[in-house]
Design a binder for this molecule. Structure first.
Ligand code: UD1
Ligand code: CA
Length: 459
């Protein structure tokens, strides 16, 4: 049966995306399209995976790393020419070669495996994966003869009117006998509407040479969607999102409204977690069991342990311990590390700071560049003044401190365990254990002053 190898085409610029970024690097659910393709292919038993890069070659290589080999197509002369660039790496291989595009992100490994099996059982020289498109516009059409056998693939721009009315499309996924693929590719010309060397012409060339070609129709068109435009990107995202959300629900996560819940690929969520509408969970996020992610929260590369409640808040590269809670309308920025059972209420911001277990910060506070111990009470409106205009400075607060409302803590500062800061104080000096620091003007009351006020005169 021989080896199984794969070629992924990713050299095109993607003009129809109207973007300064390269097409295959556009994302679907937080992961580039070409990465989706490679991830699925990598689940199969494949000897060599060769990715053809051209436009944005370095960016594509940086994205995919060592998971594939690369060949460069310097001029984008068409998909047939692109596959030919892989010849130096694959020319001696005996067996089957899968060719697919980096812009068809929805294919599943199991579909590709079925295609390999079908092709090898048929002993065909080439097998095209096809599907029935509700709207075939833009795709290559599958042309069959009167007995239903595959004749050729014709591109939209080269198709006659009657060919254009065909709904069976070329998904852009094929398996070939490796040797026959490269032999036929050398015979492809660019005599067509786009002046390109079409990979699709290989089918007709093989057929004319007397080789067996086959078509394998998959039943779910949505899996075969190709992304050439922003509209198609949005359509593909919808399909991928439904797939991701269904998987989480199967795993025991409650999603109140899957249609408005945006979860990136590759995120772990524990059982009995509830996700309300409008939530965005972005790449690198990890959520424990029995959490509640409230409506319109956004989590970027953040970790929640078990039983955490997030209410309409934004977390970015942050971590929250068991049974802590935050929100509504608070913001954890990179390096925020929140301990177990910590309570963060509304309109608070934490950046590059640790809050120890059971510490509470109910309202309107900012904590930056700080290390806070356990059981601390942070009053309303407390500000950690960490920046002198040039440098960031650190504040350390020990366990069981009480920081009164509207205190300003001017870093650098060390505040020992069991100390107390009076409300309204501006703290510039360290505080020792058991001390109370008060730094504010004493209040003075002037008797009978009200009557003297100008607006209150008698004449
Ligand atoms: C291609 C197929 C079409 C099929 C559709 C499925 C051809 C001629 N047409 O059309 O039959 O229905 O895919 O989605 O193959 N690429 C290169 N180098 C090039 C040109 C393209 O690497 O010189 C890459 C692109 O980056 C892309 C892939 O090949 O990942 C497909 O190219 P694209 O221009 O998107 O082809 P389609 O018009 O979608
Ligand atoms: Ca395409």
């Amino acid at each position: 049966m021989g080896e199984r190898n794969t070629i992924i085409l990713a050299a095109g610029k993607g003009t129809r995306m109207k973007s300064k970024s390269y097409k295959v690097l556009h994302q679907i659910c937080g992961k580039t399209m070409v990465d989706h393709v490679l991830t699925q292919v990598s689940q199969l038993d494949i000897q060599q995976i060769v990715t053809v890069v051209g436009y944005g070659a370095t960016a594509v290589e940086a994205e995919l790393g060592q998971r594939t080999e690369y060949v460069v197509q310097t001029e984008q002369l068409g998909t047939g020419d692109a596959v030919l660039r892989a010849e130096p790496l694959l020319q001696t291989a005996q067996g089957t070669t899968l060719v697919m595009s980096g812009d068809t992100p929805l294919f599943r490994a199991r579909t590709l495996a079925k295609l390999f099996d079908f092709h090898e059982a048929q002993h065909a020289a080439a097998t095209v994966l096809t599907s029935q498109a509700p709207d075939p516009t833009g795709y290559g059409r599958i042309v069959r003869d009167s007995s239903g056998n595959l004749n050729k693939i014709v591109e939209q721009k080269d198709a006659t009117r009657s060919e254009q009315s065909l709904n069976e499309i070329n998904t852009g996924v094929y398996v070939f006998d490796n040797q026959q693929l490269f032999t036929a590719l050398h015979q492809v010309t660019n005599d067509n509407a786009q002046g390109e060397y079409y990979l699709t012409d290989v089918i007709e060339i093989l057929k004319k040479s007397g080789a067996a070609v086959a078509a394998y129709q998959m039943d779910d068109f949505s899996e075969s969607m190709g992304v050439n435009t922003r509209k198609a990107q949005a359509d593909a995202t919808k399909v991928m999102q439904a797939r991701i959300n269904n998987q989480h629900m199967e795993n025991g996560v409650t999603i109140i409204d899957p249609a408005s819940t945006y979860i990136d690929a590759g995120i772990e969520i524990g059982t009995d977690t509830i996700i309300e509408p409008g939530v965005q969970l972005q790449a690198g996020t990890k959520i424990g069991n029995e959490c509640l992610i409230g409506a319109h929260s956004k989590l970027v590369a953040s970790t929640l342990h078990d039983g955490v409640t997030v209410t309409s808040s934004t977390l970015d590269h942050a971590e929250m311990g068991d049974h802590s809670d935050i929100g509504p309308h608070s913001h954890l920025r990179p390096g925020a590390k929140i301990g177990p059972r910590v309570h963060i209420g509304n309109f608070c911001e934490v950046k590059q700071a640790e809050l120890g277990a059971d510490t509470k910060m109910g309202h309107l506070s900012y904590v930056g560049n700080a290390k806070l111990g356990r059981g601390i009470n942070i009053g309303c409106g407390v500000i950690f003044a960490n920046y002198d205009g040039k440098h960031k400075h650190e504040t350390i607060v020990g366990d069981d401190c009480f920081i009164g409302s509207n205190a300003n803590l001017i870093a650098p500062l060390t505040i020992a365990d069991h100390s107390f800061i009076a409300a309204g104080s501006t703290i510039t000096d360290d505080i020792d254990r058991y001390e109370m620091a008060i730094a504010r003007q004493r209040q003075e009351n002037k008797p009978n002053y009200y009557q003297k006020l100008p607006f209150n005169g008698t004449d």
